[in-house]
Design a protein around this ligand. Structure first.
Ligand code: 13P
Ligand code: SF4
Length: 305
């Protein structure tokens, strides 16, 4: 079967089985082409709430599918590849958060959405890279305990200097591979290009960038900019998507190492098999965990505007 034939079968099956296909921006182009919605973590959370279909298939990593299930318990939610896990989501557990709560009783605990539902039961609000600054500005408390990604945390802190932050030492193993030396080298090779990075990058990298933002933020910036060349500091699928969408511009990866094998694990065949009921994995979350985890996701949507 060709890719086109498989895509056509997926489109037919989605209708027949009442499936909404949610796709994170890091997925392969052939999956993006059959999506009902493509976006960053924040966009996917909002779409999950609105989708009219009874079934949702998530092409991304597990915490994204869990977020959909937390927000829409009445839907059947599937992850298209059960091995697609975000390593950052396993860097902290609920018990560690409870210990921090005892150590910092007057701090608001803010968790990156790249965490498990179980951990979310113990925090006050969660954020995504595109919503973190606005949400933390809107929190009444000036004392913020930010977990688990200290790089995203310090990028947020720079934009809200009036608040006091405490960080955990977590981070994204994929984005951590990019160094300041990569930025210097890339700028030498492409002196007219702008450097666009994800705030999961090291502080030494975001400090050197022309723009830092979520996956959707980076894509929108590059599409709207008058510039013709861009160096992209995030998962390298974004380089391919931008090159496809903006053929008149040039896109270069900041580092060839910035590949997330979890995000890339999902194939078009996985999508087909999941919708067809012979693959993927259905997400189940204990009802008490779900109700408690929902509080901090609802708070994110309320404060994120
Ligand atoms: P976005 O919110 O930018 O989609 O980030 C999610 C993620 O896992 C990036 O590594
Ligand atoms: Fe997790 Fe990093 Fe992969 Fe995003 S790129 S899913 S944060 S490991």
């Amino acid at each position: 079967m060709t890719i086109k034939e498989l895509q056509n079968k997926i489109i037919e099956l989605k209708k027949e089985k009442d499936v909404c296909l949610l796709v994170h921006a890091y997925q392969d182009h052939e999956i993006v082409e059959v999506a009902d919605f493509v976006g960053d973590s924040y966009g996917l959370s909002l779409k999950a709430k609105e989708a009219p279909q009874k079934n949702v298939v998530m092409c991304g990593v597990r915490f994204m599918a869990e977020t959909v299930k937390v927000l829409s318990p009445e839907k059947r939610v599937f992850i298209a590849n059960e091995n697609a896990l975000c390593p950052m989501a396993d860097q902290m557990d609920r018990e560690q958060v409870e210990t921090l709560r005892e150590q910092y009783p007057d701090y608001t605990i803010v968790a990156y959405i790249n965490t498990t539902s179980e951990l979310k039961t113990a925090v006050d609000v969660c954020v995504t890279s595109s919503s973190a600054v606005e949400i933390i500005k809107n929190i009444k408390n000036d004392k913020i305990l930010f977990i688990p990604d200290c790089n995203l945390g310090s990028w947020v802190q720079k934009q809200i200097p009036e608040k006091e932050f405490v960080f955990y030492h977590g981070g994204c193993p994929t984005h951590l591979r990019i160094t300041k030396r990569d930025v210097e080298r890339a700028r030498q090779m492409h002196p007219n290009a702008e450097v666009l990075v994800h705030p999961e990058c090291l502080e030494e990298v975001t400090n050197e960038a022309d723009y830092a933002g979520s996956t959707t933020g980076i894509m929108n910036y590059a599409k709207k900019s008058e510039k013709k060349e861009f160096i992209i500091g995030t998962e390298n699928s974004i380089v391919d998507h931008l090159q496809y969408e903006c053929p008149g511009k040039m896109f270069y990866p900041l580092s060839k190492e910035c590949v997330c094998h979890n995000m890339r694990a999902t194939t078009l065949m996985d999508v087909y098999n999941t919708i067809n009921g012979v693959g993927g994995k259905e997400i189940f979350i204990d009802d008490e965990v779900r109700q408690k985890a929902k509080n901090c996701i609802d708070k994110m949507i309320e404060l994120g505007g």
